[in-house]
Design a protein around this ligand. Structure first.
Ligand code: ADE
Length: 229
């Protein structure tokens, strides 16, 4: 998979993709991420990418021309399965959206800033609008990093057995069960006996029941329609 990200603050995206699992995905040739500076597609001495809103009011609006130039240049290189705009008024991101997006070849993500982009950008180019939650960030970059991370770790081969996504929270619609590691006793506090039994079927059963219990307690909304209510 290849992900292109368009940003006016590319520096914000330098860190996340050069560490740990995402770095390994790139090294294994399973995923690549490139960040493009929108200002490189602006014209004039000022390299202007935003302007006042028609109709007045506070806040700047990202102009259509540099964005159109950037998207059209990138489209000459590849065909995108989705052109995504990160915005608080988009569809809320969740694990099922991550699963679906992890199966495509090429994604383009546009990060909003200021008051957002000229509506015509959304009408002409954007195929999917994503929010990572009901709060407002100062730009779409951190949201884009969240989405890219959640997607890339689901690409087959990116995770190994130790980091497998199959047992993640939400992957089967439930929260993950509690986990424990050494020591088996800490200050007199033990761990569930069954986990020391070596009995795989019993351990699986305990984990499933603990998942259901935890989900009922913390996120009863997730239980609806699972059949385990
Ligand atoms: N840009 C600003 N806030 C955002 C959010 N919550 N989700 C996605 N993009 C954003």
């Amino acid at each position: 998979m290849h992900i292109d990200i368009i940003s006016v603050v590319p520096g914000l995206l330098e860190g996340p993709f050069s560490h740990s699992i995402l770095k390994r995905a790139e090294e294994k040739g399973l995923a690549s991420v490139r960040v493009h500076n929108l200002r490189d597609y602006a014209t004039g001495k000022q390299k202007q990418v935003d302007d006042y809103a028609f109709g007045g009011g506070a806040g700047m609006v990202m102009m259509i021309e540099p964005i159109a130039r950037c998207i059209e240049a990138l489209q000459k290189e590849r065909t995108y399965d989705e052109i995504i705009y990160m915005t608080p008024d988009g569809d809320t991101f969740d694990q099922s959206m991550a699963n679906r997006l992890s199966q495509v070849e090429n994604l383009l993500i546009l990060c909003g800033h200021y008051k957002g982009v000229d509506q015509r950008v959304r009408d002409l180019f954007i195929t999917k609008e994503i929010s990572i939650g009901d709060f407002v960030l100062s730009g779409g970059e951190l949201a884009a990093a969240v989405v890219a991370d959640a997607i890339i770790r689901l690409i087959p081969g990116v995770l190994n057995d130790e980091t497998s996504a199959l047992t993640d929270s939400f992957q089967d619609g439930l929260l993950a069960p509690p986990v424990y590691t050494r020591p088996a006793e800490y200050n007199g506090i033990g761990i569930p006996e069954v986990l020391l039994s070596g009995h795989e079927a019993k351990i699986s059963e305990w984990r499933f029941e603990a998942s259901v219990r935890r989900t009922k307690e913390k996120r009863p909304d997730l239980m609806k329609g699972t059949g385990w209510e």
